[in-house]
Design a protein around this ligand. Structure first.
Ligand code: HEC
Ligand code: HEC
Length: 329
């Protein structure tokens, strides 16, 4: 009998060693990402202005990395918090743990090299090689053309420094382990895109603007096949559940009947002082995560290119109910 226990004890100990060894190996070998590039990104006037445009109106870094006023329509940026991060997403909103956006101002990033910032944005790891939760859409940013990526880095370096205590992101098991396997090994810049081909340029913009993160339904982060940009992804707001719209060219349930003018006007509408200040009752009224206020600053040329690209994707018949208020209301 004693012998059996002894053998069992050895077996258990061996299993424990294998598991612990496995975890140690896993932690030491993931994320598998190349060292940051040894580069110095010169902050030319062109880069600062292109970076400002991309970070505020296309790739909308500033949308996530600022505090937002959700008591106003589409959540304008709280004055004085631009780029300082600290927005919290938690289990109440359907997140697997607590995710907090980081401070992009020099108060946090001044000790990072340009190569480290570029790597965080395009591969998804911090200076210390810690994997970023992919809500930070680095997978999309890995498609940046080189000059655009450099421009964004130059611009965020120019933000007004703001000191701020920000809690660490804390993901639930097993996502806290899985997330380590996600970062990309390296960044290969996208080849230059010919702007005279609007649909192709539009595809690029849709990618770096992460439209599909919200407009394609996903299950545990995996986009549902055949539903590209067909809407129906849900967002839990205090007043109810908001769903993204179908923006495929389906005539009945999508935007197939919209002219380019209609499309531009829908965005233009939000490009005024007034539209940036529409009060909303957070507990009762419809509000939207769609970054209307930021995208409304896109040029006609770029919005037009997005429209042209959206005409080329597969129409999907998917009727979406944009707002379902919570029962209590
Ligand atoms: C959809 C929201 C979202 C957008 C858009 C976004 N980020 Fe992030 N970003 C995050 C979140 C959330 C984190 C923190 C992830 C974590 O803690 O695992 C993060 C982390 C980072 C970090 C790491 C900072 C640190 O201290 O660890 C950098 C750098 C960064 N983002 C830069 C950018 C830039 C530049 C852009 C635009 C090109 C951008 N982000 C757009 C959500 C976003
Ligand atoms: C953070 C999530 C999010 C992102 C990113 C996002 N959208 Fe939306 N979008 C929504 C939601 C939710 C709605 C529905 C609520 C509303 O109308 O505001 C919506 C509505 C729309 C509508 C209105 C359609 C209609 O039938 O009225 C258009 C057009 C649109 N989005 C286009 C885009 C494009 C183009 C992009 C990328 C450049 C994009 N969206 C990125 C969440 C998002």
């Amino acid at each position: 009998m004693k012998k059996v226990f002894k053998i069992l004890g050895i077996v258990v100990a061996v299993i424990a060693v294998v598991i612990i060894g496995g975890l140690v190996y896993f932690n030491a070998s993931y994320p598998k990402v190349d060292p940051p590039k040894d580069i110095k990104i010169e902050a030319t006037a062109e880069r600062l202005s292109r970076g400002e445009y991309l970070a505020n109106h296309v790739a909308v870094c500033i949308d996530c990395h600022s505090e937002r006023e959700w008591t106003k329509f589409a959540g304008p940026i709280k004055p004085g918090t631009k780029g300082s991060g600290g927005e919290v997403f938690d289990e109440n909103m359907g997140f697997p743990g607590m995710v907090v956006t980081k401070n992009l101002t020099p108060a946090n990033l001044s000790s990072w090299t340009d190569g480290e910032i570029l790597r965080a944005v395009t591969c998804g790891v911090t200076k210390d090689n810690k994997a970023l939760f992919p809500m930070m859409p680095y997978m999309n940013y890995s498609n940046f053309m080189e000059e655009d990526a450099y421009s964004v880095v130059a611009y965020i370096r120019s933000l007004q420094p703001q000191e701020k205590e920000i809690p660490e992101t804390d993901l639930n098991f097993p996502l806290n382990l899985l997330v380590k396997t996600m970062p990309l090994k390296s960044y290969t810049p996208a080849k230059e895109i010919d702007k005279s081909n609007p649909a192709e340029y539009g595809k690029y913009l849709v990618t770096i603007a992460s439209c599909s993160e919200c407009h394609t339904q996903s299950n545990k982060g995996e986009p549902l096949p055949g539903m590209y940009l067909a809407g129906g992804q849900t967002f839990n707001f205090p007043a109810g559940v908001v769903s993204s719209a179908n923006i495929t060219p389906d005539a009945v349930t999508g935007i197939g009947n919209w002219t380019k003018e209609d499309f531009l006007n829908r965005f233009r509408f939000y490009n005024s002082e007034e539209a940036q200040n529409v009060p909303v009752n957070l507990e009762k009224d419809f509000n939207t995560p769609m970054p209307w206020l930021m995208y409304s600053g896109m040029t006609d040329e770029d919005l037009g290119a997005i429209y042209e690209y959206l005409r080329t994707i597969k129409p999907v018949n998917n009727s979406v109910n944009r707002f379902v208020p919570h029962q209590a209301n």
